[in-house]
Write a protein that binds this ligand. Structure first.
Ligand SMILES: Cc1ncc(C[n+]2csc(CCOP(=O)(O)OP(=O)(O)O)c2C)c(N)n1
Length: 399
């Protein structure tokens, strides 16, 4: 889009207040339909799946933080408070659409069918981890579920999503990309490059920006002076919508429309979900150092799961008894998976430097062989290696 001519005769600056982005809100804080709001078309089966996956992730997060505190995991990162932003959005997409996420969107992976055992395999870096133990916990990925492996480096998924969506358009298949990131990641250069690329190349990609109030300890008031992220989309010529991220129906309705728009127009779309990161940034963070519990309490009262539960109860689609049973069942499923998967061996050391190069470069091979000799010399410094055979073959595999 080139600059549009709108001639004026006296200097008049355009201010942020001239552009007010409305917020889509369908359910009120009690989970009742707001006056004048349109309930999106959503069937009982989809609503049940959405609710159950949000409930599952809340329990997974609680159990995994506890497991980290017990020393069973090295690191974890919760989605707590933002479950509706994630599950409501992924539910508006098809299973063949690609997901490019940041790291707080494990609920989308669950929605796609990632099992408790698969979560544990990655979190525990065991021999069944798809990443073969070469990444920190929470760097999930699944080729089968069209979920691109997470990268720690903020915002790299944004230009990648534009490129992936461009490829989807060329393939002529009815598929698009959903790309998640936080408002903090929107301060990266990759955000601007990715958005502009997606807009000028007409890429069917939906950017879901989780505006959750913080980038680690930095509140949004110290990140930017503008009105959130949605207006930046307008600046790039991208259709943008802002929604109450704790309102499952608002997120779902906007996401269904966003996907439709992206594919009909072959164009990027932005969905900004306004929410709050209720948990710590990660298990390495302590939010009491930079925010008050009174502030957290305000958002606890807007719990997206409780809000959806109330709506489901009102519709007669759910009961308190079912809720109790489901939560007990998930707790057991997760703890059973933790117990069984933590008994599995570590990935084989013979795969430490494979999968990137056809033949690993000489310097990597040297480091690898040095490591193996070090393990032989000082076995007590390392975890027991049940794959002794692999270790031996590993020494010769690149010869
Ligand atoms: C390029 C880069 N810079 C800094 C970091 C460190 N870092 C990790 S998460 C994070 C905050 C991101 O905040 P936001 O995008 O709002 O997501 P949230 O954690 O709130 O979900 C930062 C600065 C990083 N991983 N990569």
């Amino acid at each position: 889009m080139t600059a549009k001519a709108n001639v004026i005769g006296v200097p008049r600056f355009t201010e942020i207040t001239d552009l007010t982005i409305p917020t889509l809100s369908i359910l009120d804080a009690e989970g009742k339909l707001r006056k004048d709001a349109h309930e999106p078309l959503i069937n009982k089966a989809t609503a049940m799946k959405i609710y159950q996956d949000m409930a599952y992730i809340r329990i997974l997060d609680e159990r995994m933080v506890a497991a980290q505190r017990q020393g069973r995991l090295s690191f974890y990162l919760t989605c707590t408070g933002e479950e509706a932003s994630v599950v409501g959005s992924i539910a508006g997409f098809k299973s063949h659409d690609m997901v490019m996420s940041q790291y707080r969107e494990q609920a989308a992976l669950r929605y796609r069918g990632f099992s408790s055992e698969q979560f544990m395999n990655q979190l525990l870096s065991n021999d069944l981890d798809f990443g073969k133990g070469r990444q920190m916990p929470i760097h999930y990925g699944s080729r089968e579920l069209n979920y691109m492996t997470i990268s720690s480096t903020l915002a790299t998924q944004i230009p990648q999503a534009a490129g992936y969506a461009y490829g989807q358009k060329l393939s002529g298949k009815d598929a698009c990309t959903i790309c998640y990131f936080g408002e903090g990641a929107a301060s990266e250069g990759d955000f601007h490059a990715g958005l502009n690329m997606a807009a000028v190349s007409n890429c069917p990609v939906v950017f879901v920006v989780r505006n959750n109030g913080y980038a680690i300890s930095t509140p949004t008031s110290e990140q930017f002076s503008g009105d959130g992220i949605a207006p930046r989309g307008i600046g790039y010529g991208i259709s943008s919508i802002r929604v109450d991220g704790n309102d499952i129906l608002a997120v779902y309705a906007a996401s269904v429309e966003a996907r439709k728009l992206a594919l009909e127009k072959n164009a990027p779309v932005i969905v900004e979900t306004m929410s709050y990161r209720l948990g710590a940034h990660s298990t390495s963070d302590d939010p009491t150092n930079y925010r008050s519990s009174a502030e957290e309490d305000v958002w606890r009262k807007k719990d997206p799961i409780l809000r959806m539960k109330n709506w489901m109860l009102d519709k007669g689609w759910w009961s308190d008894q079912q809720d109790h049973q489901l939560k007990a069942q998930y707790k057991k499923e997760i703890l059973d998976a933790l117990k069984s998967q933590e008994k599995r061996p570590s990935p084989s050391i013979s795969e430490l430097i494979t999968d990137v190069y056809k033949t690993p470069p000489a310097h990597l091979q040297k480091q690898y062989k040095d490591l193996l000799s070090h393990i032989d010399k000082y076995p007590d410094h390392y975890l027991p290696n049940p794959n002794k055979v692999d270790h031996q073959t590993a020494l010769t595999q690149f010869n």
